[in-house]
Each structure stands twice: as C-alpha cells, then as structure tokens.
Design a protein around this ligand. Structure first.
Ligand code: F6P
Length: 258
C-alpha cells in the first residue's frame, strides 16, 4: 500500500538485520534480477543515507567494483559534498574485470557525480608476491594504500563465488578448489563457504576484511533473489556496524531461508 511504499519495509528490515547479525538493513522494492532499475534505487538510497550519516569535513570513501557498484555510482549526487570534502579510493587492486566495472572507474564516476576527488590504484594482475612487494613502496601506489588505510567509509558488493571466479578468469585449479570447498560467496577478493569460512583469498593489496571492524561506515550493497545465498554466507563476516542495502526479492529469499 501507499504507506509501505513511503515508509520502506521497517519490519522486514528489522527482522533481516537480526537474522544477519548486523545493525542496519535498508530494503527497496522490486527484484534487481528482473528489473535493472532496482540497482539504481539502491544507489539513491545510498545517496540519501550517506548524506544523513557522514560527518562534516573530510571523508575518505573506499569503493569496490562490479555491476551493482557501477549502477550505484551513477546515483550519487553533489548533495553529499555539502560541508564535506569527499575523496574516493578503490578498496583493492585491480581484479581483471571489464574496465568500466573496476573500482578505479567506479571511484572516478562517484567523484564526478558528487564533485569530490578520486585516486586510482594501478596494480597489475596475477603478479607474484616478490613482484608486488616492492610495488607497495612505489610513489604512485604507496600514497593510495595509505589513503585506503585511512578510509572512514567503505562501499562494497557481494557476489556469487562461481560467478566471480569465471568473471575474473581464475585458473582452473583455483576453480576446482572453490568447488571442492563449496564456496558460495565472494567479497573483497575473499571466497566464503555457506558458514562464512574463508576458503580462498586472492592475493591483492588494499583493504582486508579484518580492517572493516575499524571503519565507522560500512555499506554492503547486493540485491536480487539470486544473491541471497551469497549474502547469507558473507554476513557471517560482516562487522556489526554494516548497513546492508538490498531489494525486496533478496530480503524475502533470505527471510524464507531462515
Ligand atoms: O569484483 C568486485 C566485486 O565487488 C566483488 O567483490 C563482488 O563479488 C562483485 O564485484 C559483485 O559484482 P556484481 O555487482 O556485478 O554482482
């Protein structure tokens, strides 16, 4: 009815936050699996929530990549820059995905739409530890890593493990291991099984999952009934201060599975 569309879904949001063990859940109507515009609604909701929550002054916002994040980035507006200086940084190094959904591109779009600034992280794919160890000290990389470490806001998504493994063209032996270990979710380059155990981690530089506990504003954005399983698995690891922004289809599916 009209009230529920004006008020959101307060009861469902409450039940879901309890189920997932996090402080905040926000639900938009629809199912993003069928209606791509739903992803844009998630972005609008992020925009209004950030505008309400973020402190005045400087904010360093670490963002991840993906199609959800790309849609969300389009919905951020200059209202966020009122009394604030925003600096967007990619939360992790590149992950071998399409350029337009890489974190660098998302950050640039977010900066452009809000009137903020952004920095890029240029780290090559699939390099050995010996190769990227010295890279961490490079003048073009070190300052960005320091910024990531100073972020007070993180915005990320969650994906299905196998979807992400193939999108990133991960080696066959890794895919086999993920299957054997029943990986169902991916976030920040970490793969999780149903119980939230980390079964594999892409050796990447940047934000690590443990860092999240120290970050005051963490936004996890994922929608569509297809993502329910991945969300459920990831949330075992989510810090309690997480804001989960999702759609009704994912929310219903999560609550039904409970
Ligand atoms: O690769 C970046 C990333 O944010 C992953 O961590 C996440 O699993 C995925 O993208 C989500 O992608 P999408 O929004 O396209 O489902």
């Amino acid at each position: 009815g009209i009230m529920s569309s004006l008020m959101g879904f307060p009861q469902k949001e409450k039940r879901l936050s309890k189920l997932l063990g996090i402080d905040h859940v926000l639900i938009v109507s629809g199912n993003s699996d069928q209606q791509p515009q739903v992803l844009h609604r998630l972005g609008q909701l992020l925009n209004s929530t950030l505008s309400m929550l973020l402190p005045d002054g400087r904010n360093v916002i670490a963002a991840m990549g993906g199609t959800t994040m790309a849609a969300v980035a389009q919905e951020l507006t200059p209202v966020l820059s009122k009394d604030r200086q925003l600096l967007f940084v990619p939360a992790r190094g590149g992950v071998g995905e399409r350029v337009d959904i890489q974190a660098n591109a998302i950050c640039s779009q977010m900066a452009q739409n809000t009137g903020g600034e952004h920095r890029s992280l240029y780290v090559p794919e699939n390099v050995s530890e010996q190769t990227y160890e010295p890279l961490l000290k490079e003048p073009s990389i070190k300052p960005v890593l320091d910024l990531i470490a100073s972020a007070n806001v993180v915005v990320h998504s969650i994906g299905g493990a196998m979807t992400m493994a193939s999108r990133r063209h991960m080696p066959t032996e890794v895919v086999t291991k993920l299957q054997q270990d029943h990986a169902v979710a991916e976030a920040f380059g970490y793969f999780f099984d149903e119980d939230g155990q980390v079964v594999y981690k892409i050796p990447r530089i940047g934000l690590q999952i443990l860092d999240l506990t120290e970050i005051p504003y963490v936004f996890a954005i994922a929608a569509g009934a297809n993502k329910a399983k991945a969300v459920q698995a990831y949330m075992h690891n989510a810090p309690h201060q997480t804001w989960f922004i999702t759609d009704e289809a994912a929310a219903n599916s999560l609550l039904k599975g409970a």
